[in-house]
Design a binder for this molecule. Structure first.
Ligand code: ADP
Ligand code: ZN
Ligand code: ZN
Length: 727
């Protein structure tokens, strides 16, 4: 009988428990340092439940340990800098290590599948497919169109993404019928990269700042849309990554990763550029991850979760639109991709570029304090002038479905010039609320502390927080009046109003109702093309896709952002206004922005108009310093929810009572969450604040274990949100 092993594997599992678990190695295996970073399959929980975990260390074997079922990697999947950064991230964002590691892995790897091949793939017609083409190619439609495209030879998947949006479903149909097949492509022949434009002085200064010195070099590159930031990224990638035989990681916001952007990178860099975003099939994400891990991939452009890619030969990290809210993961493991990118750049000793027209105040503060270099690109490249901004005072004006006559005239003039207008309203639906004109009753959600939004011209009520639907009552439930009316205007109502006013105009609405699926925005914008027309839309249109004929941006609903309780509201509103305004105008087509407001004298608007974003940032930073908010203080939010308010309150009281010691950490609350009931659950919170980050983290490290052990914790769901972005 073989001797019992003396060494056990310490394994982090994707379960919401803080500790790692010890297992004996699978039969025939000896635990040793070569296991660390490898995935293993282990029995876990009741019955024949299994989990895939990552070996994070070794431990002395004790009697009674279960045995792991299988080792899944011969070589460590997680190692070096990435492994260390993930451990740091788990500690910083207070997540169980196993959950953080699972978050970092693409789905197939998390599920225990082997690391996929990393070469590029393409599609080709099979013999049967070519035979069918000879007979005309079958019934007309997308599959036939694709098959015809394949007639000339294999097409790689990157190319298909560009030329045949939405190709995956019809291609699957072809493949099921045996007409087309997926093939591995060898390494592509390197293409000569066309030279970029001669750089402007600001762009040169940015590149010089990156080239100066060694190791970790954070740079804040501040410049409006069109000022040439992407050009700086491209040249920096060429210089610090490609020419040096190294890899580059470029993070972009969720809606910034357009086929246009990928195409620009691919054409200019002359090397394969890998993409990683939520619209890609899981297998593709895993392939990109694998390609970077093996060093086969040189450049990866991706959204938030791409920050977890291995970079064994890192040369440069870029975070575009670094202020963008989509970098913060808001549920599950709550990490911030920009912050992790900076931490990784430091660990990798490489430069990191944070680009934005409207830097986050945290980032700006780091630059002002001298921790980051700071280069401003002042002008739009290619000689475009900044747009002219006009404020329309709405007080005592007649409005048509929320639109002023000035705004409508500006839209009409724009159409008459043969150009395109964007009417921006960050609220979808017909109207934000249905009210009774006689008694003031309003339609609210039964499960949330929120108004129901009126949709389809008043025929449906939808809660935007829990998805609940209802039919609007015919009469007021309180006073039986028939005077129920939709109050305010969302994108749907605005679209209708514009259609009435401009019956001939091409109108395209882009919001979550009209735009489902990855290619939907492209299809909408393709329908508009270069023709004169009007776009109506939400945040989805604030950036991304190039719109060269767009000269007028009209913003409706500015006022909601002016009076929000959120201490970041001013920063967010200024960022949004600058972002969407940046869409107006080109070198040969001057742009115009129209802002409708009932508060033309509001300090935030005045500061923004007079001094631009830097002035707003200075104002907001001064207020944050006075009020003790980030970046001058560090916050963590204990978020709690439960079916009853009693359970929430009981846990929060206990949790606060357990906050002993660490007197420099301020405890605010317990208090109800801004939306105290959501989807039928009560929500409350406790806000912790400290002037120094290590003090906050020391307190969290001490208190979290105590909170976990509280009896009242069993009746609630709770989570700690470090550096919360919405309170
Ligand atoms: P951003 O990323 O800041 O929005 P881009 O890098 O996309 O700006 O540049 C905006 C436009 O100006 C692009 O069409 C780009 O090709 C052009 N451009 C950028 N830099 C230069 C330059 N130095 N000379 C001429 N054109 C430039
Ligand atoms: Zn009423
Ligand atoms: Zn609801």
């Amino acid at each position: 009988m073989p001797a019992a092993p003396e060494t056990a594997l310490r394994i982090a599992l994707p379960v919401p428990l803080p500790q790692a678990f010890d297992y004996l190695p699978p039969a025939g295996g000896d635990a040793g340092p070569d296991w660390v970073g490898c995935r293993v399959r282990v029995p876990f929980g009741r019955g024949d439940g299994e989990q895939v975990g990552v070996v994070v260390g070794l431990a002395a074997a004790v009697p009674g340990l279960k045995q792991a079922t299988a080792r899944l990697d011969a070589m460590p999947l997680l190692q070096g800098e990435l492994f260390a950064s993930l451990r740091w991230a788990a500690g910083y964002w207070q997540a169980p290590l196993g959950e953080m590691l699972a978050t970092a892995l693409p789905g197939p790897l998390r599920a225990g599948q082997p690391l996929p091949e990393s070469c590029a793939h393409g599609w080709t017609a099979t013999a049967a497919g070519r035979a069918l083409l000879g007979e005309g190619g079958g019934r007309p439609g997308k599959p036939r169109e694709l098959l015809r495209a394949l007639a000339a030879g294999a097409i790689d998947e990157d190319r298909l993404d560009l030329d045949q949006p939405g190709w995956r479903t019809p291609m699957r149909r072809l493949s099921e019928r045996g007409l087309a097949e997926r093939i591995a492509l060898g390494p592509p022949a390197p293409r000569p990269a066309p030279p970029g434009p001669v750089l402007l002085p600001g762009q040169q200064a940015a590149l010089a700042a990156l080239a100066q010195g060694e190791g970790f070099r954070p740079l804040l590159l501040e410049g409006v849309t069109g000022s040439g930031k992407t050009e700086v990224y491209l040249q920096a990638i060429a210089e610090h990554a490609l020419a040096a035989g190294r890899q580059a990681l470029v993070l972009v916001p969720e809606i910034g990763l357009t086929p246009q952007l990928l195409d620009r990178f691919r054409r200019r860099l002359g090397v394969p550029v890998l993409a990683m975003h939520s619209g890609l099939p899981d297998g593709e994400r895993a392939r990109a991850w694998a390609a970077m891990a093996r060093g086969d991939g040189r450049v990866l452009v991706g959204t938030r979760s791409a920050v977890f890619c291995p970079l064994p030969e890192a040369g440069l990290i870029v975070v575009d639109e670094e202020h963008d809210a989509s970098y913060k993961q808001q549920d599950g493991v709550r990490y911030h991709a920009r912050d992790l990118a900076v931490v990784r750049a430091r660990a990798l000793a490489v430069p990191v570029v944070l680009g934005s027209a409207t830097p986050a105040l945290e980032t700006l503060h780091n630059a002002l304090a001298g921790r980051y270099r700071h280069v401003r690109l002042d002008r739009r490249a290619g000689a475009a002038k900044p747009p002219r901004v006009r404020v329309v005072d709405l007080r005592k004006r007649q409005l048509q479905h929320g639109l002023s006559e000035e705004l409508l005239t500006a839209v009409g003039d724009c159409l008459a010039r043969g150009e395109q207008a964007l009417v921006f309203r960050n609220r979808r639906g017909y109207a934000p609320v249905l009210i009774c004109h006689d008694c003031g009753w309003s339609a609210t959600c039964r499960r949330c502390d929120a108004a129901m939004t009126v949709h389809v011209g008043g025929r449906r009520l939808i809660c935007h927080h829990c998805g609940a639907r209802a039919t609007p009552p015919n009469a007021c439930p309180d006073c039986a009046s028939l005077g129920l009316m939709p109050q305010g205007a969302g994108t749907e109502r605005i679209e209708q109003a514009l259609a009435e006013r401009f019956p001939e105009a091409l109108l395209v609405r882009v919001d979550r109702e009209t735009t489902r699926g990855r290619d939907a925005i492209e299809r909408h914008l393709a329908r508009l093309g270069d023709q004169p027309g009007i776009l109506v839309g939400t945040q989805m249109l604030a950036k991304g896709h190039d719109l060269p004929r767009l000269t007028l941006v009209a913003v409706v609903g500015v006022d909601e952002g002016l009076f929000s309780a959120d201490f970041r509201a001013g920063e967010k509103l200024a960022q949004l206004l600058i972002q969407v305004s940046g869409r107006a105008g080109r070198a040969d087509l001057p742009g115009e922005v129209v802002l409708q407001t009932h508060h033309p004298d509001h300090p935030l608007l005045n500061t923004l108009l007079a001094g631009g974003y830097p002035a707003v940032a200075a104002l907001e930073l001064a207020q944050r310093e006075a009020a003790g908010f980030p970046p001058y203080a560090f916050l963590a939010l204990l978020r709690v929810e439960a079916p009853t308010v009693d359970a929430v309150d009981a846990f929060l009281e206990d949790a606060k009572a357990a906050c002993t010691g660490h007197d420099t950490v301020r405890r605010n609350g317990p208090m109800p969450a801004p939306m105290a009931r959501r989807a039928g659950r009560s929500r409350g919170q406790l806000l912790l604040a400290a002037d120094r980050r290590p003090e906050l983290h020391a307190a969290l490290d001490a208190w979290l274990p105590v909170w976990r052990g509280l009896r009242s914790a069993r009746r609630v769901r709770w989570a700690v949100d470090v550096d919360p972005v919405d309170l």
